[in-house]
Design a protein around this ligand. Structure first.
Ligand code: SAM
Ligand code: FES
Length: 347
């Protein structure tokens, strides 16, 4: 079993893999074989709790950006978040992902209290946070409170591209620093990017792959860019499904050990997107555990799937999809394979 891919793929090879539609099947098969060698047929599930759609940022692509005044804003209480986790636990989830906009209400004290409370109730779960950019000290407090993982996509590793996707108030350097801080503190870190975001080029995607090679994240989340009709990017088309599948495979080839989700965006752009994602090398699914009444409000992009379903329906639906695609759902924390429970570090 070879956890690290020590082979160097030059830019020319990566460019061909990224751009050539005729290579999708071949890359998918190669990636699926690598995943099988390391993780077998196992698929890890994470219950996603979208706890707030309030955000101080104004990313041009995102439906819950602060300037979008057509979104009805919500914020779950601590009790509501804990009750989502209780329900999730009963449904068999052993990882909860708490994701939200950069909502100032969620101070360190409040998040620490939520993390500790969930861990007191369920001592065998992992908690993943996805709360955007915070200071080193803040991340450290969250880790010390018991949070295990942190998802923060770099979005793009090309400074010029970053500046086309974000207003001046947001910093390319700060995003990258945050990822390095998280890793240094000991979190299992997740990076990632959208495929086909406006102004993206093959060269910027290659920079993303190189940045990830340097970061060595435990998790890598990618999905197609999806248009949202109330954003400044409303006239840009969705990213390509095929290219996203190829990139899932490229990630598996470059990072054999990584936890790679077949994302909701992939399931939105194609009805069988999540199954195809698994077959392309992904090994994680993140079904929604948020209360049904708030789901539509977490509208990052148009036509997002599963907004009307109950948590139990999502679980049942996914179980069937995973089985039909030829994989096996696992009920455990699903840490990255190089994780050491004693030291809470991965290598
Ligand atoms: N605030 C946290 C952060 O910044 O990491 C987490 C929430 S943010 C909405 C989660 C991810 O959604 C982003 O990293 C971005 O890649 C993705 N996203 C936002 N808008 C999207 C769109 N229009 N299409 C596809 N993905 C999108
Ligand atoms: Fe903050 Fe999208 S702009 S979550």
């Amino acid at each position: 079993m070879q956890l690290k891919n020590n082979k160097h793929y030059d830019d020319k090879t990566l460019k061909r893999w990224i751009e050539d539609d005729s290579l999708t099947d071949e890359l998918n098969k190669k990636a699926d074989a690598i995943r099988k060698e390391i993780y077998g047929d196992k698929v890890y599930v994470r219950g996603l709790i979208e706890f707030s759609n309030i955000c101080k940022n104004d990313c041009y692509y995102c439906g819950i950006r602060k300037s979008n005044d057509r979104v009805e804003r919500y914020r779950l209480t601590k009790e509501e978040i804990i009750s989502c986790a209780r329900l999730g636990y009963q449904l068999g989830y052993r990882t909860f992902v708490l994701q939200g906009g950069e909502d100032g209400h969620f101070s360190d004290d409040i998040v620490v209290d939520i993390v500790k409370s969930i861990k007191e109730i369920h001592d065998d779960v992992a908690i993943t946070l996805s709360l955007g950019e915070r200071s080193y000290e803040s991340y450290k407090r969250l880790f010390e409170a018991g949070a295990d993982r942190y998802l923060l996509r770099q979005e793009t590793s090309d400074k010029d591209h970053y500046e086309k996707l974000h207003p001046e108030s947001m910093s390319f350097e700060n995003r990258r620093k945050a990822l390095r801080d998280l890793k240094e503190i000991g979190f299992q870190v997740g990076g990632g990017f959208m495929v086909g975001s406006p102004y993206q080029t093959t060269e910027s995607l290659i920079k993303d792959l190189r940045f990830l090679e340097e970061l060595e994240p435990a998790m890598i989340g990618i999905g197609p860019y999806m248009t949202q009709h109330d954003t400044p990017f409303k006239d840009f088309p969705n990213g390509s499904f095929e290219m996203t599948l190829r990139l899932v495979s490229i990630l598996r080839i470059l990072f054999p050990y990584a936890l790679i989700p077949a994302t909701t965006a992939l399931g939105t752009i194609n009805p069988l997107g999540r199954e195809r994602g698994l077959q392309a090398g992904a090994n994680v699914l993140m079904p929604n555990l948020s209360p049904t009444m708030v789901r539509e409000k977490y509208s990052l992009y148009d036509n997002k799937i599963c907004t009307g379903d109950e948590a139990a329906e999502c679980r049942a639906c996914l179980e069937l999809r995973i089985k039909n695609a030829g994989y096996e759902i696992v009920t455990d924390r699903g840490d990255v394979i190089t994780y050491d429970k004693e030291t809470r570090r991965y290598s």
